[in-house]
Design a protein around this ligand. Structure first.
Ligand code: HEC
Length: 183
């Protein structure tokens, strides 16, 4: 009898995924925000579903504009709080090289290794010199516009909200520098 019970126990445990999911929850079935997935609960806070308690701010998130609830013209008008110091430009270059150059190219010309015709990403726009198209869009864009593009994505470009908000402004400064705009 015990042998029979053991037999049943072992085989049933082996097949326990077929047992009702409602009765026996497993850890792997749980709500999770996957890498690069938009957090539906909060666009500004990167990967946590937990909102900070009232009156507190996560470290480094002081004064972060709530872009998602702004109109396009309000987004474009958000002022750049970071002066284009050497530190800012160096940090901006670091983030640009890691996050943007793959598509936009090392100088922003829109000719990065994964942008067409070099690679699969279609329609990458030139935001710096060296473009085969012979122009750069960046001088015609406000700082707030570029910052919003990084933060929320735009058109076919995904969001780069993994870059800390403060460092996004450094990327903006670096793009100005690439374009000879006195960054
Ligand atoms: C995966 C490829 C890819 C990466 C990486 C990428 N972009 Fe883009 N970017 C695009 C594409 C595609 C467009 C054109 C978007 C559209 O209008 O559909 C674009 C457009 C832009 C524009 C122009 C927006 C406008 O209003 O015309 C800016 C500015 C820009 N990107 C900045 C950046 C910055 C800064 C980074 C790095 C943080 C970055 N991009 C990373 C693909 C990329």
């Amino acid at each position: 009898m015990i042998g029979v019970m053991c037999f049943f126990f072992l085989t049933q445990v082996g097949c326990w995924e077929q047992v009702s999911k409602e009765w026996f929850e497993q850890m792997k079935w749980q709500p999770a925000v996957q890498a690069f997935e938009l957090n539906q609960y909060d666009h500004q806070i990167q990967i946590t579903n937990l909102s900070p308690p009232d009156g507190t701010l996560p470290v480094g998130w002081g004064g972060v504009p709530d872009l998602a609830s702004m109109s396009l013209s309000e987004q474009d008008a958000v002022p750049n709080p970071n002066a284009a110091t050497f530190e800012s430009l160096a940090r901006g270059k670091e983030y640009f090289d890691v996050n943007c150059a793959t598509c936009h190219g090392p100088t922003g010309g829109g000719n990065g290794p994964i942008a067409a015709p070099n690679g699969p990403i279609q329609g990458v726009l030139p935001i710096g010199p060296g473009s085969p198209l012979g122009f750069s869009l960046a001088p015609g864009l406000t700082d707030g516009h570029i910052y919003t593009t990084i933060s929320l994505g735009r058109g076919r470009m995904p969001s780069y909200r993994r870059i800390p908000p403060d460092a996004r402004w450094d990327v903006v400064n670096y793009i100005r520098d690439l374009n000879g705009q006195g960054g």
